[in-house]
Design a protein around this ligand. Sequence first.
Ligand SMILES: [Fe+2]
Length: 473
Amino acid sequence: MIILGINETSHDASVSLIENGNILFAGHAERYSKIKNDWYVNKDLINDAFQYGKPDKIAYYEKPYLKKSRLMFGGASDWRPKFDIDHIPRISFKHHYSHAAAGYFTSKFDDAVIVVIDAVGEWNTTTVWSGEGNRIVQKYSLNYPISFGLFYSAFTKLIGLKPNEEEYILMGMAAYGDSNKYFKEVNDYFPEFDRQKYSFHKGIDDWKNIILEQDRFDIAAAVQKVYENRLFEFMIYAKKITNKNNLVFMGGCALNCSANTKLWNLFKNIWIMPNPGDAGSSLGAAAALYGKHLDWNDPYLGHDLGSKYPVIEIIDGLKKNKIVAVATGRAEYGPRALGNRSILADPREESIKDKVNQIKKRELFRPFAPVVMEEHASKWFDMSFTSPYMQYAVKCLRPKTIPAIVHADGTSRVQTVNRYQHPGLWRVLNKFYLETGVPVLLNTSLNIKGQPLVNDAHDIIEWEKTYNFPICK
Ligand SMILES: [Fe+2]
């Protein structure tokens, strides 16, 4: 049986196609419509997915009318889901159950605590589940308006960023701030994991301080610290009520790589599906309907450019220009460019950062991430675990050798690669290592500023025209 999973009508629409546990396709609407965080599935995305098979059933990622009840409670006048594909039988799962299924059924665990934390689904905002064999059972929930995600998003808006989209910028800014300056004020908004000052859905409306430029960074630092404290307390609680050592962490909050690192102090094993936010829930809904573990290999599940990994071209480009653009094979499912739609660069000079920034034209305070050979990772970064999907920020142990990928607080958001996970990218790193003694490259997303990741052949032409820079393909 072929199942199509759909997530749409909120931010980050996506579809996934599975057949008997095999993931045939998973892709984001925004990569086809070129509208960032696009709410709706589009024909081009559906057509791309249907090349791999036609679905017998559709699984939808949340309960539309349960969601409607919460939206009306929150003051919305009316809301109707809009569906494009209406003629195939459709079954809906609860928003947090789709997150839980996406995480647990792509993990290698048959016994785990599953924690889902986001802004809000229908009503649930934070849930704990027990995963055993093929069964996922809810153990705890917090409901709207108490919400980790809404707290974080409200402060994202307060410091002048776009909520539901630019939370990662707040996280990056935190490294430049003094977390003590506003700690008490921010902590008062969220003093315990199940207690908040008021509903943050409409933002922070009683912040007294005049916001100077440095205040934005100090507030960001305090918000990140309060979030990390509440998250850690909540994870202790989740572990206690389930008595499990394997953690599956899902929901948009699982994208907070600085906070994620600290969870290794609590759990023996951790799995965060590389697309833990709502965009990953189309796969979650499909997995929920299938009801068993999926055959998870890697996140390269989207549009196929069909070419072989251009190892030699990349190495030549790095030698010549120190920076290369790569677009090849299948697109990443998830927000991170993990080698198939990436800009790769030599990380050994600080000035490389400025050069990549000239191309990307983004805020100078935002860090660039490294990709490192897994076998060398612990010598270059303070980590005793792997991070194949760039989900953890860890201390860089040789910041003077690779300054281009170190953040202001001395950490790096690491992607580890071994020869099985991505043979082409591993070979690039290995060749670079043999020539330079450095098994690390800078890796950042390949996109035209303000647009989603490069997806197809047409995007490649547009990118090359815009930046007058060739792409290895
Ligand atoms: Fe969610």
